[in-house]
Design a protein around this ligand. Structure first.
Ligand SMILES: Nc1ncnc2c1ncn2[C@@H]1O[C@H](COP(=O)(O)OP(=O)(O)O)[C@@H](O)[C@H]1O
Ligand SMILES: [Mg+2]
Length: 463
């Protein structure tokens, strides 16, 4: 029935958690305020006095990603939960170059007769021409923040950073005017080995951030319609502790732009609609940064796993925000998304297809393990480092660092207890190779199953 009244593309999905989602593209001629009044009129209780109007409990959120409203008839609300049973409506901004907004109706359980009537009416309204708008009397779509209108007031860098920090986003690589100073340890030299990965990162991300004009000039010369050719999203894939986060920090520092680290717990909010709103704000604020920035989405598999797996509704919405934001990056901005994952196989294919490059951080080979060990145990001889690298097979850079730290602590406690002698000058001696090897063995014993990582090739794979 719904499809009959609709002159444009309509999709109806029933999700595993008994949610029905009806969505369609709204032509830009649609008058959104008219649509909302129409929905409320259909769903609300008719107000007894004065004849006109309807009563309905409305909650609304506005974010750069979507406008969201939930409508509940007032009677139903005795539970105190405003939106558990309500009809949720999401209106997504048109993407750059699109004449359509997307509207989604989400309902847990089934749609009531009233709600179905409201939907049919909404479809009709969406298809109508906005007479007021076309006659030039009223202005239809007011420009919204983050929607591509650069005439808006852009807040200062400090304000943007403090807004991001207030949301739980960690901002790295900002200069001394910031509350978070530059970290002197964030340099490639502190990340031993991984030369092909470093080179690939520099080629794909750094150069485009440092010299965007070169890329844009080429695109202007080659494209009929200008469209940026700069990379927008890159995936770092590999086991934990192999230097993905460290690499993102180095690149941000080299490019002289802030790295916006979005921790998982910030994204996975328990409040309905909050996660998408937050993520949308992060993208919007990043777009406002004068020299751009890097948005780092760590553990992206946790909120962007494949659609066909039993995924939570929140996950689906977050993924949809990420996809839209990557697609809709403003052309004149220098914003790059770096996503990191331990489980690329679990990622949604739609997300994987957005990445301009996939950089694989495998577990370090023996030579790299020696180089990493040399960073954390510089007093060991070459042959001792070789011995240590054999004892740390299948370990990541982080494991090796932790083993070294453990060896130092053990040795310190032995010195303090007088169990081992000081050196010939009476100074505390340094831990010998045996201490490192025994700590590595201890760590290996306490390992969880690691077969997933070891079955992989440590070599660099690039997409
Ligand atoms: N190649 C390496 N050389 C030196 N230290 C390393 C290396 N790889 C990892 N580490 C150490 O492990 C820590 C954690 O690495 P990180 O970048 O957080 O890994 P990931 O993001 O892949 O989990 C780093 O801060 C660093 O101390
Ligand atoms: Mg990490």
């Amino acid at each position: 029935m719904l499809k009959q009244v609709c002159s444009f593309e309509l999709s109806i999905e029933c999700q595993y958690n008994y949610q029905v989602v009806v969505k369609f593209d709204m032509p830009s001629t649609c008058n959104v305020s008219h649509l909302i009044v129409d929905l409320v009129t259909h769903i609300g209780l008719e107000a007894e006095q004065h004849g006109g109007g309807s009563e309905v409990l409305v909650r609304a959120w506005d974010s750069p990603a979507a406008r969201q409203i939930t409508l509940n008839p007032p009677k139903k609300n005795s539970t105190g939960d405003l939106y558990e049973d309500g009809l949720c409506i999401l209106i997504f901004e048109p993407l750059i170059g699109s004449d359509y907004s997307e509207i989604e109706f989400i309902k847990r359980g089934s749609f009531s007769l009233k709600e179905l009537e409201a939907l049919i009416s909404a479809l009709k309204v969406a298809g109508e021409k906005d007479v007021k708008g076309s006659s030039g009397k009223g202005k239809k779509n007011t420009p919204r923040k983050g929607s591509g209108q650069r005439s808006k007031h852009i807040p200062s860098m400090e304000k943007i950073i403090s807004d991001l920090e207030a949301m739980g986003v960690r901002v790295y690589g900002f200069d001394e005017t910031s509350s978070i100073p530059m970290d002197g340890t964030v340099i490639w030299e502190n990340l031993a080995g991984y030369e092909p990965q470093k080179r690939e990162i520099e080629d794909t991300i750094l150069l485009a951030l440092q010299s965007p004009e070169v890329y844009d000039d080429i695109a202007r010369g080659t494209r009929c319609k200008f469209e940026t050719n700069r990379p927008r999203a890159v995936l770092f894939e590999g086991p934990p502790g192999t230097g993905k986060t460290s690499s993102a920090r180095v690149i941000a520092k080299q490019a002289g732009v802030p790295l916006l680290y979005v921790p998982l717990e910030v994204v996975m909010s328990k409040y309905y609609g909050e996660s998408e709103r937050l993520l949308g704000s992060v993208f919007s604020l990043a777009n406002d940064l004068p020299d751009g920035g890097i948005i780092f989405l760590d553990e992206v598999d946790s909120f962007a796993s494949a659609r066909d797996s039993e995924m939570h509704e929140v996950t689906r919405r977050i993924l949809s925000v990420i996809l839209r934001q990557i697609d809709g990056f403003e052309q004149d901005r220098r914003v790059v998304v770096i996503a990191a994952t331990n489980r690329k196989e679990d990622l949604d294919p739609a997300l994987i297809s957005r990445f301009d490059s996939i950089i694989c951080f495998g577990l370090p080979d023996q030579q790299t393990r020696m180089e990493i060990a040399a960073q954390y145990a510089k007093h060991l001889t070459k042959s001792e480092l070789l011995q240590f690298s054999s004892a740390t097979e299948e370990m990541s850079g982080r494991d090796i660092r932790d083993v070294c730290q453990q060896a130092e602590r053990h040795w310190a406690s032995k010195l303090i207890r007088g169990q081992v002698p000081k050196d010939e000058k009476g100074e505390p001696s340094l831990p010998p190779i045996d201490e490192y090897v025994s700590c590595a063995e201890q760590r290996r014993k306490s390992w969880p199953d690691r077969t997933r990582w070891t079955s992989r090739s440590p070599a660099l794979k690039l997409a």
